[in-house]
Design a protein around this ligand. Structure first.
Ligand code: GLC
Length: 446
């Protein structure tokens, strides 16, 4: 509960920050956020030199699992020799995702573009010898997928950045403000490079926890990005100056209070490629998590970690293809919908068409008997199974003529019409959904 309150307050701050900075009306903000609200699925890509040894991205040296020089030796192995940016974009398209977020620079400070601010980039310091971002963003745009740039505010490699290893800082900002200023010039310069080169539709900042909004110059950064592209969307990791929230890995149990939110999640247990990590989530697990996020008004940003040569592990390819095939059958219930009815009416995720006259019910597991909906005051016009259009009949149980309690809707779902993973029922209502949420009672006038 305490956490929820904190989250609620945070959400308010996010809005205040956004409108205060850009002086845009709530309507304008809503308009800017619309593609994101409709997109539902994004693919996150963690690609960097950490995929050479297959170790934790940046954290491995910060946490002293490997020495800094050994970590940096991975530069020599980053070849990108099988990198096919168009194939990446096409796979993302096939998954059904509407946007992708690519690491432009992680906390290790290794830029994936040819930065003029530092040699620590894959074009100047690795056998890949090229900017790997430009062709990828171009391929995404060819496939009409929105382009997101992950950008780490933290840069543990930069000699004038205070933090370095978990137990050794380089200096204290208050004691040496000129060093921090130097870092700011560098970080703002690199951010401007990414902005000017790629004009991201979305910025995915990370690592804001190491400094305050003031120290990061967050308002100035936000202004720079939105002056350049007023439509750009900024995630919530800019110390209160973002547009939406980013719960990480853990699925929120109750519906988040934020207006816009996105769950970021790995397919196995790690962001980048790690050969020993074979704890792959199954298509069924991902689809149920995805449906639950959308039902609760959020998006899923699903991460893949390509190898150093640019190849994507088969398990991830398989997962994205299965997810895409499921989206083809059931996407009507996902894309361009809004979050569903409150928990308690149906034991599973639900979504609604934007006009709320169609209710989609997600059956998270195979069922051999009828399913049930409580407290639905509408008249049902039709029920069909998405993917095969099979019409289903329903029965109203327990409706008493004199009571406002609408009775229970039982829908029989024969096994042979069910989806391989998650079945979706399309329930067409007579008008916008109307719910009964009372407790019933005897001869009361509720
Ligand atoms: C965390 C980690 C980082 C990872 C990110 C993705 O903030 O610092 O390694 O890239 O989560 O959400």
């Amino acid at each position: 509960m305490k956490r929820l309150l904190v989250l609620g307050v945070l959400a308010t701050q996010l809005f205040t920050a956004a409108s205060a900075q850009e002086k845009t009306s709530p309507e304008e903000i809503k308009e800017k956020m619309q593609w994101f609200a409709d997109a539902k699925l994004g693919i996150f890509i963690h690609w960097g030199i950490y995929s050479v040894n297959g170790i934790d991205e940046s954290w491995s040296f910060h946490n002293k699992k490997i020495s800094y020089p050994d970590y940096m030796r991975q530069l020599k192995g980053f070849t990108a020799s099988n990198y096919d940016p168009q194939a990446w974009a096409d796979l993302i398209k096939e998954s059904g995702a509407r946007y992708a977020v690519m690491t432009t620079k992680h906390h290790d400070g290794v830029a994936l573009w040819d930065s003029k601010y530092s040699k620590l980039n894959v074009a100047k310091s690795t056998p890949a010898k090229r900017d790997v971002l430009t062709p990828f963003f171009a391929a995404l745009r060819r496939d009409s997928i929105k382009c997101g740039a992950y950008f780490s505010l933290i840069d543990w490699s930069y000699p004038d950045y205070p933090q370095f290893l978990k137990d050794s800082n380089r200096y204290d900002i208050k004691a040496q403000p000129e060093r921090w200023k130097k870092f700011l010039g560098f970080y703002e310069g690199q951010m401007a490079e990414v902005m000017n080169k790629f004009n991201p539709d979305l910025w995915w900042f990370d690592g804001d926890w190491e400094h305050s909004a003031e120290e990061w110059e967050a308002p100035k950064m936000r202004k720079m990005l939105t002056d350049h592209n007023p439509n750009t969307i900024i995630n919530g990791r800019l110390q209160g100056y973002g547009d939406y929230d980013t719960p990480e890995q853990n699925f929120p149990v109750t519906r988040p209070h934020f207006h816009w939110w996105e769950l970021c999640m790995t397919i196995n247990n790690n962001w980048g490629w790690q050969p020993q990590d074979t704890n792959w989530k199954t298509p069924y697990e991902i689809i149920t998590i995805f449906a639950d996020a959308v039902a609760n008004g959020g998006n899923l940003l699903l991460d893949i970690g390509p190898r150093a040569d640019g190849s994507i592990p088969d398990e991830e390819v398989h997962l994205l293809k299965e997810l895409g095939a499921w989206n083809k059958r059931n996407g009507e219930a996902i894309f361009n919908t809004i979050g569903g009815i409150p928990q308690g009416h149906f034991y599973g995720p639900t979504t609604l068409s934007k006009d709320s006259t169609t209710l989609y019910l997600f059956l998270a597991s195979k069922t051999s008997g009828p399913i049930m909906v409580k407290g639905l005051s509408n008249k049902i016009e039709s029920i069909t199974v998405l993917g095969n259009n099979t019409p289903l009949s329903h029965k109203i149980v327990g409706k008493i003529s004199w009571s406002p309690v609408p009775g229970l809707v039982y829908i029989d779902v024969p096994e042979q019409v069910q989806d391989k993973y998650v079945t979706v029922l399309k329930v067409k209502l007579d008008k916008a959904v109307k719910l009964y949420r009372g407790k019933g009672g005897f001869l009361t006038n509720e």
